[in-house]
Design a protein. Sequence first.
Length: 145
Amino acid sequence: MTTARTRPATPGGQARFAFACTALATLVAVTLGAAASGSAAAVGALIGAALVLFFFGFGAFVVNAVASVSPTASLLVALLTYLLEVVAMGAVFVALGRSRALDGPVDGSWIGVVVIVLTLVWLVAQTFAALRSRQPLYDPEASAR
């Protein structure tokens, strides 16, 4: 038996919810960084937030696009996308470490903390959205025939 009020079980909707929650947490992190340690911390928080939003948003977009075309290939693409994200994030941190930006205008500790915190925010929000979505186990139209 299905209910009249259902939430769409779209992975894109789950990613949008996670993106919105992470963007809201970004505002909090940048404001907190600016208030606590000045503009260098705010810029660091903004860079960390941009990294999280870009990498997780890109990963969700790619996996959702592949899942809509070939659901059987989505797990493989998700794992490869995650590997690419980890390698690219490492490359960004190495590049930031070698640059002179972390010596002055950017607080590197804020980048790291914000990346960790916003990654957790993204994962919790996406998990919450997935658990709250209604996903039928069967096609109600096919069972009515």
